[in-house]
Every structure is written in structure tokens, then in C-alpha cells.
Design a protein around this ligand. Structure first.
Ligand code: PLP
Length: 394
């Protein structure tokens, strides 16, 4: 639409949200659709967190909070960073935002100039590319495939660096692949990055707790990376608080200050009730949410078992988050039920229309051979969805 800015015209719609909307449309037409497209835990918020939210309302929390978050919440975040990640931050290094998505958008806005390159180990979370582009950045994908467990090598990282490289954004555990970088692998990437001190690393650790390897490693915990790494986290995934919209960063002070300034002109800070509830969420040890992690682990086993019985799905074993990212390129060029499949997008649409299962095309995540299937769903729905997919392809 020429009446709109180039900025928004050039932006792509979030593919995950678009798929969810299409699935909703079919549901409204009376079709039975199983939604495995959204990255949203199907658990409810733990009772102790809900109670803290209710108490905050009754305690009359109602006014603007400090732009970068309540002091008490920052303190809880500082304690959490020390307890879980061995990271030491001061209050002036913490900024609370309206979801980790806003944390990332702030970072892109305060760090990128026109033409600055942003390294994105691919597959990557859908929004990294557009969040970077809207801030003037140029996404540079570093492709990794299922053959390397969707993880990049230090050689590939170094080859992608140019004088214009400004930052790198990655998530581990990764959305969409579920891959987790081990300490050794992350250290090997850090060994490359230390040679290029002007590159800033954005480590998105939102899936930290949903990790089946037993170890989560923060890039900033490497001493030589601390001053150039921003740690992004939030409560959406671990505490099932997606709609409460709280995310946060631990960052070098000059970056935190800039995010605070940016946010002060955009949102005036995050929702005050959700901030107070987040204090309680973070003050409790991660063992309190272990039941969710255990359930995800069970479901991973279930879905991997069922997927292995479907021809043409090449799947690795994801080590975290709640997604599988099968390579389905086997179907490219084939005609299924009269529909020719030329891309992962065609395949995802086929599954939606013929099997009634919503997934997301890998193209949006920078891998055109794959689709993302979320297993943050009940065992029953996972079984039914896999059975329908199998039938639709036979
Ligand atoms: N980072 C990754 C990798 C995600 O998958 C998501 C949510 O899907 C986010 C950030 C954003 O989370 P929030 O709900 O805190 O904005």
C-alpha cells in the first residue's frame, strides 16, 4: 500500500502468527484443526505466580513503573542471573521490557545504523530478520543444516564476518531447531568473536530452562565476552506467561541506558502487575517448573517416535525448546492429492488443508527445506496430529 511507509511495506508478517490466523479461519469454518504452529506452552501459569499478580492488583499497583522496571524486579533478575547463569549485573545493566521481543527490538534500534550487518546463524527465530531490517540492519544468514544438528561451525562464522558486521543474534536452546550449543561449541564461536571486538552478541536465552542436556551456557559467562554480550531472557516460555509480556536484558551499561531511553519514548515501561508477578516467578528456584520440562521431554520422545514412522521426514533429536524441525525436502516436486509441492510453504499449507494440522514453514526461519512443529501440545493432540499427517501423505 503506497500510503504506508516503505518501512512497513517492506516488512514481512510474522509467519507463525500468519499460520495461526489461517488455522483460526479454518476452525471458524467448522474444520477440526490441531494447532502445532505457535511457540506457546499449553500449561497454565503456576498458581504461586497467579497469586502474586492478584495480590499486586489488590495492593493497588496501578501507576507507571520506572521505564526500565521496578527496582525490586531488577534485583530479582540480578539474583536469577547469578543463581542460574553465574552472571553478575548491576541494576543499571538491567532493562525490563514488554516481552523479550521488545528487548530485541530495543537492541536493534539502539545498536544498528543503516547498512550494518547482523549475523543470523540459520535457522533462526522468525523475528530476528525483520527486527533488524526495520532498524536499518542487513541480515546475513549463516546456514546450518540438519547434518550439523542445525549448529554453525566457527569456520562458517568467521567466513560471514565483514567490516560491516555489527552484531550477531542467536538463541540456544534454539527456536526453531531445538538445538543447544554445548560449552565447547559456544567457546569455539567465542574464540572467533574475540578477534573482532566491535561485534556485539545478542544471546537470546528465553528457552534456557527447557533444555534436556542438563547444561545451559550463557555467552556472557565467558569472561572475555561479558563486555560485548547482551543476555536476553523472559518469563513467556518457562512460566507459561506469554500473554503477560515480560522480557528483560542484562547488558553493558551503555547499551542498557540506550534501551531505557528508547523505551521511554515508545512504551513508558512494561505492565506493572505483570512486573510484580515476575518477581515471584524469578525468586522461586527453577525446580518449581521442572514438571513442565519433564512433560516436554516426554512429548519430545512421543513426537520423535511417531515422526520416524512417517516417510520423507528427516528429523534430528532436538535438545531443548519445544519444537522439532524436520527436513521434508523429500516431498519437493511431488504431487500429493492433486497438489504439487514445491516448497516448505506448500507442504505446510498441504498439511493444514489435508491433515488439519497447523505447522510453520521453515522458509521464515531461514531454512527452506524444513517445517517447524511445536510439541507444546497435549499427548493426545500430538498422536492425533501425527496420525493425520501420516494418513494424508499415504
Ligand atoms: N526469542 C525467541 C527465540 C522466541 O521463540 C520468542 C517467542 O516466541 C521470543 C524471543 C519472544 O518472547 P516474548 O514472549 O518474551 O516476547
Amino acid at each position: 500500500n503506497p500510503k504506508l511507509s516503505n518501512r512497513v511495506n517492506e516488512m514481512s508478517t510474522s509467519a507463525t502468527l500468519a499460520m495461526a490466523a489461517k488455522a483460526r479461519e479454518l476452525k471458524e469454518q467448522g474444520k477440526n484443526i490441531i494447532g502445532l504452529s505457535l511457540g506457546e506452552p499449553d500449561f497454565t501459569i503456576p498458581e504461586f505466580v497467579k497469586e502474586a499478580g492478584i495480590k499486586a492488583i489488590k495492593d493497588n499497583y496501578h501507576s507507571y513503573s520506572p521505564v526500565d522496571g521496578y527496582g525490586e524486579l531488577k534485583q530479582a533478575i540480578i539474583t536469577k542471573f547469578k543463581r542460574d547463569n553465574n552472571l553478575v549485573y548491576k541494576p543499571s545493566q538491567i532493562v525490563v521490557s514488554t516481552g523479550a521481543k521488545q528487548s530485541l527490538a530495543n537492541l536493534a534500534q539502539v545498536l544498528l545504523n543503516e547498512g550494518d550487518e547482523v549475523l543470523l546463524p540459520a535457522p533462526y527465530w522468525v523475528s530476528y530478520a525483520d527486527i533488524s531490517k526495520v532498524a536499518g540492519g542487513v541480515p546475513v544468514e549463516i546456514p546450518a543444516s540438519i547434518d550439523t544438528d542445525f549448529k554453525i561451525t566457527p569456520q562458517a562464522l568467521e567466513a560471514a564476518i565483514t567490516p560491516k558486521t555489527k552484531m550477531m543474534i542467536y538463541s540456544s536452546p534454539c527456536n526453531p531447531s531445538g538445538s543447544v550449543y554445548s560449552r565447547k561449541e559456544l567457546r569455539a564461536l567465542a574464540d572467533v568473536l574475540v578477534k573482532y571486538p566491535s561485534i556485539i552478541i545478542i544471546s537470546d536465552e528465553i528457552y534456557e530452562h527447557i533444555n534436556f542436556t542438563g547444561e545451559h551456557v550463557s555467552m556472557a559467562a565467558f569472561e572475555d565476552m561479558y563486555d560485548r554480550t547482551v543476555t536476553v531472557n523472559g518469563v513467556s516460555k518457562a512460566y507459561s506467561m506469554t500473554g503477560w509480556r515480560i522480557g528483560y536484558i542484562g547488558a553493558p551499561e551503555y547499551i542498557a541506558r540506550a534501551c531505557n531511553k528508547m523505551q521511554g519514548q515508545v512504551t513508558s515501561g512494561a505492565n506493572c502487575i505483570a512486573q510484580i508477578a515476575t518477581i515471584t516467578a524469578l525468586e522461586n528456584p527453577p525446580s518449581k517448573i521442572q514438571y513442565m520440562v519433564d512433560a516436554f521431554k516426554e512429548r519430545r520422545k512421543l513426537i520423535l517416535g511417531l515422526l520416524s514412522e512417517i516417510p520423507g521426514f528427516k528429523t534430528n533429536e532436538p535438545e531443548g525448546a519445544f519444537y522439532v524441525f524436520p527436513d521434508i525436502s523429500y516431498y519437493f516436486g511431488k504431487t500429493l492429492k492433486g497438489k504439487t509441492i514445491n516448497s516448505a510453504q506448500d507442504f505446510a499449507i498441504f498439511l493444514l488443508e489435508e491433515a488439519g494440522v497447523a505447522t510453520v514453514t521453515g522458509e521464515a526461519f531461514g531454512d527452506p527445506n524444513c517445517i517447524r512443529i511445536s510439541y507444546a501440545a497435549s499427548g493426545e493432540n500430538i498422536k492425533e496430529a501425527m496420525s493425520r499427517i501420516k494418513t494424508s501423505l499415504s
